[in-house]
Design a protein around this ligand. Structure first.
Ligand SMILES: [Zn+2]
Length: 333
């Protein structure tokens, strides 16, 4: 008889029915039943949501919280409930479009003002987000990607677009597309961006600035920047690991190449640190281009002045102290 079925409702997706004794099923079906709590013996007429509210002590659901339940049993019931919700959510995921389920932006879906979501949908999103987070983490770990990359605004933007766009069947760009088409497109884009800066060199002149650095493998490299009224611009980085960095002629040739690239008539000065090799290179450049000045970097000069000042201060103070001490010594004699 059908009443038997009603008295034994589904245990898989509504496991908390097992914690109450169903006494009576309503005439004509429906979700309401008369049931007795197995822990406090309270008799209630209501649907599964009232069973859940009673056992899990959820307020404002029109039913008192259970007073006969121990903490251990409470945790067990809570776990059973969570498992059931996750199971239903997984099944729902096979039916629904993934995009539809990821439509909520940022933060927790537990807070959805005005548009109330059912518990199943909430559980669905939480489980799904966990899965996606794990996939993302594996991408970082297996690809040897720096954790700092998670802060990359382009990565964040890309992820956000993936989550919110409806481009069905989209897949990330392939290895070859990244290194060919997309790379040249981005290069053109950057060139368009810096063109106004380059144009300003011809109108107002430019200063070539350089500094020696080491890359992650401690190989020397020379960075070349161009400063102008329109702002500073990174021009190039030269791998100097295979050449004699100390060689003034090499450095001079490098700068002359850049001077020719910009146009000698537009270059006002070349700023480098004042190491002897750069100094000699500066002299070579001034010989070839009398209109271009070599300027030692102010920061480097300042450091030297500061250190020299400290040393002088130390020497003078020590001298003064010795002199006072010797005067006192003579006085005691
Ligand atoms: Zn109870």
């Amino acid at each position: 008889m059908s009443s038997k079925k009603l008295l034994n409702p589904s245990k898989d997706d509504k496991p908390l029915w097992l914690h109450v004794e169903v006494l009576d099923a309503p005439i004509g079906g429906g979700g309401n039943r008369k049931w007795r709590c197995r822990y406090c013996n309270k008799i209630v007429t209501g649907s599964y949501s009232k069973v859940r509210a009673h056992l899990l002590k959820i307020s404002n659901m029109g039913v008192e919280a259970c007073k006969g339940i121990s903490d251990d049993v409470y945790r067990q019931i809570e776990a059973e409930h969570k498992r059931a919700e996750e199971k239903v959510a997984k099944e729902a995921m096979n039916v629904r479009q993934r995009n539809q389920c990821m439509a909520y932006q940022g933060g927790s879906d537990l807070v959805q003002p005005k548009k109330r979501k059912g518990a199943l949908e909430l559980a669905f999103n939480v489980a799904d987000r966990d899965e996606i987070d794990k996939d993302c983490a594996m991408m970082f770990y297996t690809g040897g990607i720096s954790f700092n990359f998670a802060r990359n605004p382009f990565f964040r933007n890309y992820s956000l677009k993936l989550a919110n766009s409806n481009v069905a069947g989209y897949t990330p760009p392939t290895y070859n597309r990244l290194r060919t088409t997309l790379l040249s497109q981005q290069k053109q884009h950057v060139q368009r961006l810096v063109q106004p800066v380059k144009d300003s060199w011809k109108k107002k002149g430019a200063s070539i600035c350089s500094d020696g650095w080491c890359d992650r493998q401690q190989k020397p490299l020379i960075n070349i920047m161009v400063a102008s009224a329109a702002g500073p611009m990174f021009l190039k980085s030269v791998d100097a690991s295979q050449v004699k960095v100390k060689d003034a002629e090499y450095i001079a040739a490098l700068f002359m190449e850049i001077v020719e690239e910009i146009g000698p008539e537009h270059v006002v000065q070349i700023v480098t640190d004042n190491a002897s090799n750069y100094k000699a290179a500066g002299a070579l450049i001034e010989t070839k281009y009398p209109r271009i000045f070599w300027t030692p970097c102010v920061v480097h000069s300042n450091v030297i002045i500061f250190v020299t000042g400290l040393l002088l201060n130390f020497v003078l103070t020590s001298f003064l102290e010795i002199w006072i001490w010797s005067l006192e010594f003579v006085h005691w004699q």
